[in-house]
Design a protein. Structure first.
Length: 655
């Protein structure tokens, strides 16, 4: 069974002349122990709700999971394996969720797979606490991770594994491919951590010195791990490229095809006489998990049927949440809350407007799972009924600690697991720490909500280290990421509603520290907020268009009033989401930004981005330097965010 994995890995990489055969060959025996003896899954139904989750954190070894999925009976043919790393194949270079059946998350950026897995294990624990009843257990599965030296060197692994230990996520079992090799060679020149002691310090159960090429030893370690009340790290001593006579144990086998000569020698060494991509029937029979998987799922279905009869309301709620469907009352709740915002006309910081929106939506969204990277009192992501998650306490708000990257990747894992809508927050300037997790969320098209507050030089006295300048524009460069920067309570409510309703990708929600005035609108204007941009203030015969977002809307409106008094009519366009606006039809976009009328954009950030809307002949009022340490009002005046500056810019483009 292990030889089949080794053969498929080396043959697929050789055919593609690209890939990483070393890890699949080295972890083949570990895979046999887990997948053949412990892993609960049904190849015929990759989305069965109570399946175990498997994460290949060292995703460069993707042929390992492709071989496993093919051999156990998933919809992944031998032709798919032959197409490894080719255009539009189901076997891309690194595993991608939604592309290959049975792949739970997209991995490759090292450390993020284990981070996703921590999120999955946390989601399992919280769902079990919420839905299981005495004698009626419907949430009871493990999250298994394969990871290597690279994942453990990445800083994010320290963040999430520390938190996993603190939260005692005992359904998380990680199998460490301890082969001592990375791309540059033997790791003892740059990685000498005592990994078992490190994980013991985190509060993990550690099973050290397991022979990773002895299936029975790995099997026994997994069995021990499943009985632990803490997350478990199984340290498996392995040889990278196991079976390749002249290359095993060296970095040469990590990331390149073995070559015909070495492959022939490997076949002889492991006793594999079959041609490339040829698999004997008896090996398929040994690996086939379809019958066993169907039986395991059927047993769960019977338990779930009994559960549904005893607890019909909870069963219906569990189904709804695992399917990612919003409750029937969601739209009415949003409409009522927006109406209340229109009535109250509050002048408050949009971070507070965000908290108010969370408070309203949480009444109908028990799947809300909020959190903050040690800034809850500043980000305002908690609400009146929220309960902090602890190792012995289920809840709906997570104190992630100062772990921005770990938080973001864990939220991705929570979203992938299902049952929750995760959101977590930090200051916008620290989105840099989270950036690759944001990118992965966008790539995976999952509903993860990233909340960023303190969104500009308006942060004030904390100075340039904490004042965002380039961040909003840079986030807008990530494909499939919707970014919202609302200007008041109404736009904040709409932004939250749109992010929650979106099922095909993540969103950022970007809020101010300082108070922002309420803007009057008609019902039609409120409806148009969801289109990303709309006409907030108009004037007959407008000679110019002012485009602004967030805190700069106030400035645009003030300048428009001054210009109107001087006989220069201008239109004010609020553009809380450039990403959403860009997806609108040409007719709508032209109705908001008519051709032939000069434009001026205003945003307290870098200017280059805005020329896509104002053209080279238009003007942009922004900031192309870092900020300063001073009160917000002083800073805005110092950097030219004044009514006079906007008025002068409009007159300049009209000249």
């Amino acid at each position: 069974m292990a030889s089949a994995i080794r053969a498929l890995a080396m043959d697929a990489v050789q055919k593609a002349n690209s890939g990483h055969p070393g890890m699949p060959m080295g972890m083949a025996d570990i895979a046999v122990a887990l997948w053949a003896r412990h892993y609960r899954h049904n190849p015929a139904n990759p989305h069965w709700m109570d399946r175990d989750r498997f994460v290949l954190s060292n995703g460069h070894g993707s042929m390992l999971i492709y071989a496993l999925l093919h051999l156990t009976g998933y919809d992944l043919s031998m032709d798919d394996l032959r197409g490894f790393r080719q255009m539009h194949s189901k076997t891309p270079g690194h595993p991608e969720v939604g592309v290959t059946p049975g792949v739970e998350t997209t991995t490759g950026p090292l450390g993020q797979g284990i981070s996703n897995a921590v999120g999955m294990a946390l989601a399992e624990k919280l769902l079990a606490a919420e839905f299981n009843e005495p004698g009626a257990c419907i949430v009871d599965h493990n999250t298994y991770v394969f990871l290597g030296d690279g994942c453990l060197m990445e800083g994010i692994s320290h963040e999430v594994c520390s938190l996993a230990g603190t939260l005692r996520l005992n359904k998380l079992i990680a199998l460490y491919d301890d082969n001592g090799i990375s791309i540059d060679g033997r790791v003892d020149g740059w990685f000498t951590d005592d990994t078992p002691k490190r994980f013991e310090a985190y509060g993990w159960n550690v099973i050290a010195d397991v022979d990773g090429h002895n299936v029975d030893s790995v099997d026994a370690a997994i069995a021990r791990a499943r009985k632990s009340d803490r997350p478990t790290l199984i340290c498996c001593k392995t040889v990278i490229g196991k079976g390749a006579p002249s290359m095993q144990g060296s970095d040469k086998v990590h990331g390149a095809a073995l070559g015909d000569k070495e492959i022939a020698a490997t076949r002889e060494a492991i006793g594999w006489s079959h041609a490339p991509f040829e698999m004997p029937a008896e090996v398929y029979a040994d690996w086939d998990a379809r019958q066993k998987g169907a039986a395991v799922e059927q047993e769960w279905n019977e338990r779930y049927t009994a559960y549904r009869e005893r607890f019909p309301a909870k069963a219906a709620e569990f189904q709804r949440r695992m399917k990612g469907e919003l409750p029937a009352a969601f739209e009415a709740t949003v409409a009522a809350y927006i109406a209340s915002c229109m009535e109250k006309k509050e002048t408050i910081a949009t971070r507070k407007a965000s908290q108010n929106a969370i408070q309203a939506l949480a009444q109908v969204l028990p799947e809300f799972l909020g959190g903050s990277a040690d800034l809850t009192g500043s980000n305002l992501t908690n609400w009146k009924e929220s309960v902090a998650v602890r190792d012995n306490q289920a809840g709906n708000h997570i104190n992630y600690g100062v772990r921005e990257f770990g938080m973001s990747a864990m939220m991705n894992g929570i979203a992938l697991h299902g049952g929750y809508i995760p959101f977590g927050a930090t200051f916008l300037t620290f989105s840099d720490y989270s950036r690759n997790a944001l990118r992965m969320a966008a790539l995976m098209k999952i509903r993860t909500l990233f909340v960023f507050t303190h969104d500009s030089i308006g942060l004030g006295e904390d100075g340039p280290t904490h004042q965002s300048v380039e961040h909003i524009s840079s986030l807008r460069l990530i494909p499939n990421l919707d970014n919202w920067r609302p200007c008041d309570t109404v736009e904040s409510a709409v932004a939250w509603a749109q992010a929650v309703q979106r099922h095909d990708g993540p969103s950022t929600l970007i809020f101010s520290r300082q108070n922002l005035p309420f803007q009057e609108r008609t019902a039609a204007q409120v409806a148009d907020i969801a289109r990303g941009a709309y006409v907030l203030r108009d004037a007959p015969g407008a000679k110019a268009v002012l485009i602004a977002t967030g805190s700069e809307i106030e400035l645009a409106v003030s300048a428009a009033e001054r210009l109107a008094a001087e006989g220069v009519p201008v239109r004010v366009v609020s553009m809380p989401s450039t990403d959403v606006f860009d997806r609108q039809d040409a007719g709508y976009k032209a109705s908001v930004l008519p051709a032939g009328i000069p434009r001026v954009a205003i945003e307290a950030g870098v200017t280059a981005f805005w020329h896509k809307y104002v053209g080279l002949e238009g003007a942009v009022i922004g900031i192309d330097t870092f900020g300063e340490s001073a009160p917000a009002g002083v800073l805005f005046k110092h950097f030219g965010f004044t009514t006079d500056k906007v008025v002068d810019a409009v007159k300049s483009v009209l000249a």
